[in-house]
Design a protein around this ligand. Structure first.
Ligand code: NAP
Length: 284
């Protein structure tokens, strides 16, 4: 059994982005810029935003933070998005979700220019992913693919089972595995015989949002298990969707929580932002 080290893979990706950023500054005089918008004071969102800012500093990007009060109106938020869409030194816009309940995140996402949509949530980018002709990949599923690549885990012809069908993780995860010729099954809360379906998986991705949901009896011997979940256990400790202690010895590879998929999401965001900068500036 080998533990997939998300911190190491993520550091490799960020180092590649840092070197590329250095080249853009030196050869083209452009510095990639990311704007992060946060509305309200959700503590988890605050941690994510701080981590994104830190990653920008590390790779040499310019980052701008727009921290808006919880009572911000839809019009005010859309107007900020319009301003950022027109700002030449900002290549990527990220609106931290979830937004306070009175705001409609769908229309906010649709207002972001698809060229600056580095989360790849805009319908245009989602459509491009379906077609396999994308500029940006959704950060978490693309981070998972990067881990599989760096550990040279083949996907082609493998039975891939994804538990979860959200727009930000499960669905695009299935699509990316399919693009690499996996045979993909996407499961959800109405799936019948979930245990039997999971037992067939060569690659099992859990994106459920329930602590220790995937138990040892659901995992085939030698499977690759990827845990996207970020939950709190009964003691308030961060844990994934997989019962790691009991599952790990059955796996060929497994990702831990923390230190697995989590760090990969930000690394992909950095990749998407530098790509956006290159596209917007016509740089190869
Ligand atoms: P979500 O929108 O709540 O989706 C959860 C999915 O799990 C749904 O499709 C749901 O099915 C399915 N599900 C729930 N109970 C189930 C059951 N008993 N059997 C089978 N399927 C079941 O969550 P999400 O946004 O995709 O996130 C999933 C997890 O990943 C969360 O823990 C989240 O915190 C974490 N996450 C981590 C990162 C990262 O960077 N590591 C990024 C994003 C999310 P239905 O569709 O039928 O309801």
């Amino acid at each position: 059994m080998q533990i997939i080290d998300g911190k190491k893979v993520s550091a490799n990706v960020k180092e590649r982005v840092r070197l590329e950023c250095e080249r853009l500054v030196k050869e083209h005089g452009v510095t990639p810029g990311l704007a992060v918008v946060i509305v309200g004071d959700d503590p988890a969102s605050r941690v994510y935003v701080n981590n994104k800012k830190k990653a920008c500093e590390l790779v040499g990007f310019k980052s701008e933070e727009y921290a808006l009060p919880a009572e911000t109106t839809q019009e005010e938020l859309l107007s900020l998005v319009d301003t950022l869409n027109n700002k030449d030194d900002i290549n990527g816009i990220l609106v931290q979700l979830p937004l306070p309940k009175h705001l409609d995140d769908k229309s906010v996402i649709e207002r972001i220019s698809p060229k600056k949509d580095v989360d790849a949530f805009h319908a245009v980018n989602v459509g491009k992913i379906m077609l396999g002709e994308y500029d940006f990949l959704p950060c978490t599923p693309a981070g998972v693919m990067e881990m599989l690549h760096q550990y040279e885990i083949p996907v082609e012809g493998k039975q891939c089972v994804v538990i979860g069908r959200s727009n930000i993780v499960g669905k695009p995860m299935g699509m990316l595995l399919l693009h690499e010729n996996g045979t993909v099954t996407i499961c959800h809360s109405r799936t019948k015989n979930l245990k039997e379906v999971c037992q067939r998986a060569d690659i099992l991705v859990a994106a459920v949002g329930r602590a220790k949901f995937v138990t040892a009896d659901m995992v085939k011997d030698g499977a690759v298990v990827i845990d996207v979940g970020m939950n709190r256990d009964e003691n308030g400790k961060l844990c994934g969707d997989v019962d790691f202690e009991n599952v790990k010895d059955k796996c060929s590879y497994i990702t831990p929580v923390p230190g697995g998929v989590g760090p990969m999401t930000i690394a992909t965001l950095m990749k998407n932002t530098i790509k956006a900068c290159k596209i917007q500036n016509g740089i190869e």
